[in-house]
Design a binder for this molecule. Structure first.
Ligand code: ATP
Ligand code: MG
Length: 253
């Protein structure tokens, strides 16, 4: 059994089959990228995996545990962490306070609600380590909402890392970024994969080809093909989907 595994996930919105028996797996130290045209069902799949949306059928397993019916916070505790495209950032607070709050939230029952001074140091160390990890060490005293877009995205990743995930779910981390920020985010993600499994949903093909160990192509809610970078790059069906030269096999009439 794979470390992280999605088996036969199904989600319907009325008559629309947004997720059509999707199965995929990610091993530790691996980046599995999920690509597909607009409306393919990528975000729906992220929602099914991370918890806000229950699937109609199928399973989500991480490290031997079945997470399918667990609420979101329990999945986070089980090791599944997700970036929220900046919406999880407290914009009025400093970078450091954002990180401290996140570190505290995930410090577990031993810290919990305690206001004991002894516990301040480990939290501060965690916050510092998170800032360094994503390259925000020099920006810790800035108000988060005033950071440039690329830095806010890094902070968002740092907040997800505070949970010490076994699987990190990244939903379009490069969205709205210029080439320079994209490159920095690519480097950051590359460094993270040594410590966790990563499921990356991304439109930026340059980043996907640079990072992915495996790519699955989602079309009309279904995995069209799955393979390594070379296999996907050279696949005529994938080229057809992205160049729009023809309807992919299995497209609804
Ligand atoms: N809550 C919902 N209710 C009804 N239909 C939905 C809902 N969420 C998504 N859909 C539909 O499901 C399909 C898949 O949408 P989804 O947002 O998962 O695609 P996506 O691959 O993330 O697209 P994009 O690349 O534009 O982000 C689309 O047809 C969308 O309109
Ligand atoms: Mg989406």
């Amino acid at each position: 059994m794979s470390f992280f595994q999605v088996e036969g996930l199904v989600k319907r919105f009325g008559a629309l089959l947004a997720t059509d028996h999707v199965s995929l797996a990610v091993q530790p130290g691996e980046i599995h990228a999920l690509i597909g045209p607009n409306g393919a069902g990528k975000s729906t799949l992220v929602n099914l995996i991370s918890g806000p949306m229950p699937p109609d059928a199928g399973r989500v397993r991480l490290d031997g545990r079945d997470l399918t019916r667990l609420p979101m916070h329990a999945r986070v505790r089980a090791g599944l962490s997700r970036c929220f495209q900046i919406t999880s950032i407290f914009r009025e607070a400093t970078v450091r306070d954002n990180l401290l709050l996140a570190a505290q939230a995930h410090a577990g029952a031993s810290f919990g609600l305690l206001r004991d001074r002894r516990h301040e140091r480990p939290l501060a160390e965690t916050a510092q380590a998170l800032a360094e990890r994503v390259g925000l060490a020099a920006d810790q005293h800035r108000v988060a909402g005033t950071l440039p877009h690329g830095a806010q995205r890094k902070l968002d990743v740092a907040l997800a890392l505070a949970a010490r995930p076994k699987l990190l779910l990244l939903d379009e981390p490069m969205a709205g970024m210029g080439p320079e920020d994209s490159e920095r985010m690519t480097e950051l993600i590359q460094q993270l994969k040594t410590d966790m499994a990563i499921l990356l949903i991304e439109h930026d093909m340059k980043a996907v080809f640079a990072l992915a160990d495996r790519i699955s192509v989602l079309v009309y809610g279904r995995v069209l093909v799955s393979g390594d970078v070379d296999a996907i790059r050279g696949n005529p069906q994938v080229q057809a989907v992205y160049l729009g030269t023809e309807e992919p096999a299995g497209a609804p009439a």
